[in-house]
Design a protein around this ligand. Structure first.
Ligand code: ADE
Length: 225
């Protein structure tokens, strides 16, 4: 998969992809990420990319010029499955959308800033608008990093067996069951007997029951979907 990200703060996107699974995905050739500085597409001598909003009001708006130039130049080279705009008024990110996006070949992600982008960019170019939750961040970069992480770990071959995405929370519509490792007893709390039993059928049944119980308690909304 190839992912291009357009941002005014490329430095915010350096470390999230430089360690652990995201780094391995790139080393193993499953992922190519390129971060583009929007200011490189500005015709302004101060490399400005924003302007006052029509109608007045506090906060700047990201101008059409640099963004359309950046998107046009990338679209001339790659065919994007989706052009995604990270914004608090987008669709809330959840596992089914991550699963769907993990099948894409090329994704283009635009990070918003200030009051957001001129509506005409959204009307002309954007095919998906994604929010990572009902709160406002200072910009779309951290949201983009979360989206990329959640999607890339689902690309076949990125995770190994021990970190398999198939047993993640949400993958079967349930939260994951509790997990334990050594020692068998800690501060008076024992690992459930069944996990030490060596009986795979009993272990699987226990995990399923625990996943259901945890979901009923913590996220009953998942069971009514
Ligand atoms: N930009 C600012 N807040 C955001 C959010 N909650 N999700 C996605 N992008 C954002």
């Amino acid at each position: 998969m190839r992912i291009d990200i357009i941002t005014v703060l490329p430095e915010l996107l350096e470390s999230p992809f430089a360690a652990s699974i995201m780094k391995r995905a790139q080393t193993k050739g499953h992922l190519q990420i390129e971060v583009h500085n929007l200011r490189d597409f500005s015709d302004d001598k101060h490399r400005n990319v924003d302007d006052y909003q029509y109608g007045g009001g506090a906060g700047m708006v990201m101008s059409v010029g640099p963004i359309s130039k950046a998107i046009d130049s990338l679209c001339a080279k790659y065919r994007y499955d989706e052009i995604i705009y990270m914004t608090p008024d987008g669709d809330t990110l959840a596992q089914p959308l991550c699963n769907q996006l993990s099948l894409a070949q090329n994704l283009l992600i635009l990070c918003g800033h200030y009051k957001g982008v001129d509506q005409r960019i959204r009307d002309l170019y954007v095919t998906k608008e994604i929010s990572i939750g009902s709160y406002v961040l200072s910009g779309g970069e951290l949201a983009a990093a979360i989206l990329v992480d959640a999607v890339v770990r689902l690309i076949p071959g990125v995770l190994n067996d021990e970190t398999s995405a198939l047993t993640d929370s949400f993958q079967d519509g349930l939260l994951a069951p509790p997990v334990y490792t050594r020692p068998p007893e800690f501060k008076g709390l024992k690992v459930p007997e069944v996990l030490l039993s060596g009986n795979p059928k009993d272990v699987a049944a226990w995990r399923e029951a625990q996943a259901l119980e945890r979901t009923q308690l913590r996220r009953p909304d998942l069971l009514s979907e």
